[in-house]
Each structure stands twice: as structure tokens, then as C-alpha cells.
Design a protein around this ligand. Structure first.
Ligand code: CUA
Length: 314
């Protein structure tokens, strides 16, 4: 009987350590409970009215030091060997995916320029993931793969795994990273190699989802979803972390710049600055430092579409 799911190459190592530790804990829970019950009967006041003093027992002392020592060293050994493969260098022929974490969205970028918020991987191929965060500490977690890694801003962390079985697996952030931490929830899709290659080389995929009648504004809306902007900015006037997009274009707003209040017009230039240098001007009543610059991520062309979308929300 195979007790391992084998969803990834990491499952056996982690599950073996877990099963060994769990069995040891279960064994001692049951044995200690039995001894307690036996002693309650054997040494109660009726059967054993006079207490006996025990002065010490070298043999017992050695046994109850050695056994736990061997036990924890065994747990350490299996824990270590189970964890080690996760932190070794990825194999040479790995398939690379750049993973970016930000409040509150995962972003997966492929070498051919594909970029999306769901992770697609080929079955049976080592996948090297380059993890980085643009703001706070997040944690990349795929429970079924037994893979969990903190994503720390300023560090690039590389991990790797092999998805062994086609299917959809949960992927989420396992480090509380602010109000909408729970939004950082997505799927890893493991596809058979041939299906994956078809998906990977299909450059029309993005165009078809946008639909035939795509306008700059509707494409802008998709960009806003893809970059996770909508986690903090609503389109219906609701206040979340940042100001809503609704009805701001062409109107004046009060911002704080260098500690000074200032009235500015929300126009193309203002929106561009708010995306590329968000902390230079903060709308009054909102907090500085919650948004990072999207320069180098959102292109000028994408920026124009996002602006068209904001314009359309009157
Ligand atoms: Cu990112 Cu929690």
C-alpha cells in the first residue's frame, strides 16, 4: 500500500518525517495513559496503604536519558533529510518561473513573456521558482507539494520541485501580510508535458480571453485585475486601502506632498505618477508606504490602458 500522495518529489521526505514523529507521539500518549490507569488501581490507598520511598536508580536514569536522546536524534535525521532536497540547487535542466509576491497578489512570469496569476507547470519536469517580494514578507505555500518558503523583500530565493501528477492544487500565502492576505490564493495547474507545451507556445491565449471587441478600457480593467490593483482600489466608490477609481478622473483631489497639503487635478500625468511613484503624493486620509512603485512592471503602453479604464469609471 502506498501511503504517499506523491503529488510532488518532496512529499515522501516530508511525510516520512511527519509519520515517524506522529507515531512516536502516539505511542507515548497511549503507553503513558495505560501506565497512569494501571497505577491508579495498583497503588491506590486500599491496595497499597503505606508509601515506599525510592532513593534513586542509576539504570533507570540512563535508560530514560538514552531513549529520548536516540528518539529526538532520529526525528532530527528524518526531518533534515526530508527538508534538504527543498533547499538544494535546482537541476540544470529546470524550467524557470519568476514568482513575484505583492500585497495581495501572486504573479508568475515565464521566460517567453507569458505572465499571469495562475501557475501552470509541466508534469515531471523540475520547476525552478525565483521568489521575490516587492513589499512585505509573504510565504509561498503549496500544501499538496509539501513546499513552503517565506518570500522576503530584498532577497531572491530559489526553490524547486517536480509536479508528478496532473491536476489543480491550492497555492496560497502563509504569512499574514496585511488586510487582504486572504486574497493571495491561487492555483497550480500541473499539465501533462504535451498539453503544457501547447499552452506555453499559444501566444493567442491572452488575446482570446480579452475577447474580440476589446477596448483600451476593457484591457485596462484586465490589467488592473492582473496586477492586483483591485485588492486596494475599488471601482465602485468603496474605500479599501487606497482611493477608489470611481469618478476621480477630471476632478480635483487633495494630496499630501512633502508633508504639505496640495490640491491637484486628477489627469493622465497625475495617474502616471501615482502608479510609478506612488509615495510622492498621497491622497489626504490615506497612508503612505502601502503601495510600491510599479515602474518596470507596468509598461507605458499598459499604463495608458489602465488610465483609459479609470477614465471610463465616471
Ligand atoms: Cu501575502 Cu499573506
Amino acid at each position: 500500500m502506498n501511503i504517499y500522495s506523491d503529488a510532488s518529489n518532496l512529499v515522501r521526505g516530508v511525510d516520512t518525517a511527519f509519520i515517524i514523529i506522529f507515531s512516536a507521539v502516539l505511542f507515548f500518549l497511549v503507553s503513558v495513559s495505560i501506565v497512569i490507569v494501571v497505577f491508579i488501581f495498583k497503588y491506590n490507598n486500599k491496595r497499597h496503604p503505606k508509601a515506599v520511598q525510592i532513593e534513586g536508580n542509576i539504570k533507570l536514569e540512563i535508560i530514560w536519558t538514552l531513549i529520548p536522546l536516540l528518539l529526538v536524534m532520529g526525528m532530527f535525521y528524518f526531518g533534515w533529510t526530508g527538508w534538504k532536497p527543498q533547499v538544494t540547487e535546482p537541476p540544470e535542466d529546470s524550467f524557470n518561473i519568476e514568482v513575484t509576491a505583492r500585497m495581495w497578489k501572486w504573479d508568475f512570469a515565464y521566460e517567453n513573456g507569458k505572465r499571469l496569476d495562475t501557475m501552470y507547470v509541466p508534469q515531471g519536469v523540475p520547476i525552478a521558482i525565483d521568489l521575490k517580494s516587492v513589499d512585505v514578507v509573504h510565504s509561498f505555500y503549496i500544501p499538496a507539494f509539501r513546499l513552503k518558503q517565506d518570500v522576503v523583500p530584498g532577497y531572491k530565493t530559489v526553490r524547486w520541485f517536480i509536479g508528478n501528477k496532473p491536476g489543480d492544487y491550492d497555492l496560497f500565502c502563509a504569512e499574514y501580510c496585511g488586510l487582504n492576505h486572504s486574497y493571495m490564493y491561487t492555483t497550480v495547474k500541473v499539465l501533462p508535458k504535451a498539453d503544457f507545451d501547447k499552452w506555453y507556445t499559444d501566444t493567442t491565449a491572452v488575446v482570446t480571453t480579452a475577447g474580440a471587441a476589446a477596448t483600451p478600457a476593457s484591457e485596462g480593467m484586465q490589467l488592473v485585475q492582473r496586477y492586483g490593483c483591485n485588492a486596494c482600489h475599488s471601482a465602485d466608490g468603496t474605500r479599501i486601502i487606497g482611493p477608489s477609481y470611481k469618478g476621480i478622473f477630471g476632478h480635483e483631489t487633495v494630496v499630501i506632498e512633502n508633508g504639505q497639503e496640495k490640491t491637484v487635478m486628477v489627469d493622465e500625468e497625475y495617474l502616471k505618477n501615482s502608479i510609478y511613484d506612488p509615495n510622492s503624493q498621497i491622497v489626504k486620509g490615506f497612508n503612505r508606504g502601502l503601495m510600491q512603485s510599479y515602474k518596470g512592471q507596468v509598461s507605458e503602453e499598459e499604463l495608458e490602458k489602465i488610465i483609459e479604464y479609470i477614465k471610463s469609471l465616471q
